[in-house]
Ligand binder design. Structure first.
Ligand code: GAR
Length: 222
């Protein structure tokens, strides 16, 4: 694959916060591991630190706050209008903490991925680290999946487990989960950018075959 701008996968990243996953993807693009270009970073929070990360990397930024919109549908249509100006091949949700309307999800079906801080289907929703500890789980982790209308339920691309130790706190666990997130999200984006990854009839395919557990589960994690 050449580096010419025409062949690079165009990505729009949506964030709400720190953007450490965004940073991991930027770093893997800059060191030429991922043949992609981030066309824009869009945040629903004007103060998100991820916007600073994007500006530092000379990436266009957009802020679309919910304030002033009267419905999720109106907001999501405005978001689509912003995103589609960049004609992206892939939408990456990297800590974008909004529930998406069915219309928004349908618009990007098969070309939008999300990262979630749990071993889905366990612990959908919020406060996953605390809930995993409270449930007495021996391991926790992170999942990258294609987005479908049902929250945190889309077909799984890749997961990585981390052990839950005695005396684990939500903060210490979050740190470990972030560590594996920064491995699996760049890998999923790389596969997509290399045109190796796709969604076919709700099945995740890698190299035109249903993805196997050997590829889907990153096991050599700390
Ligand atoms: C990540 O841990 C990601 O899994 C989580 O938000 C964090 C964002 O961190 N996403 C969700 O909880 C979505 N349901 P970051 O801003 O440092 O990348």
């Amino acid at each position: 694959m050449t580096d010419s701008a025409e062949t690079l996968c165009k990505v729009v990243v949506l964030i709400s916060g720190s953007g450490s996953n965004l940073q991991a993807i930027i770093d893997n693009i800059n060191n030429k591991t991922i043949p992609a270009k981030i066309a824009a970073v869009v945040s629903d929070q004007a103060e998100a630190y991820g916007l600073t990360r994007a500006r530092n990397a000379n990436i266009a930024t957009e802020v679309l706050a919910y304030k002033g919109f009267s419905s999720r549908e109106d907001y999501d249509q405005a978001l689509i209008n912003i995103i589609d100006q960049y004609q992206p091949d892939l939408i990456v949700l990297a800590g974008f903490m909004r529930i998406l309307s069915d219309h928004f999800v349908a618009h990007y079906m098969g070309r939008m991925m999300n990262i979630h801080p749990s071993l889905l289907p366990k612990f959908k929703g919020l406060n996953t680290h605390q809930r995993a500890i409270d449930a007495g789980e021996k391991e926790h982790g992170a999942t990258v999946h294609f987005v479908i209308p049902e929250l945190d339920s889309g077909p799984i691309i890749i997961q990585a487990p981390v052990p839950i130790e005695k005396n684990e706190t939500p903060d210490s666990l979050a740190q470990k989960v972030h560590g594996v997130e920064h491995q699996i999200y760049p890998l999923a984006v790389k596969w997509y950018a290399e045109k190796r990854l796709g969604l076919n009839n709700n099945i995740v395919e890698l190299d035109n075959q249903p993805i196997t557990d050997a590829d889907r589960i990153l096991s050599d994690t700390p």
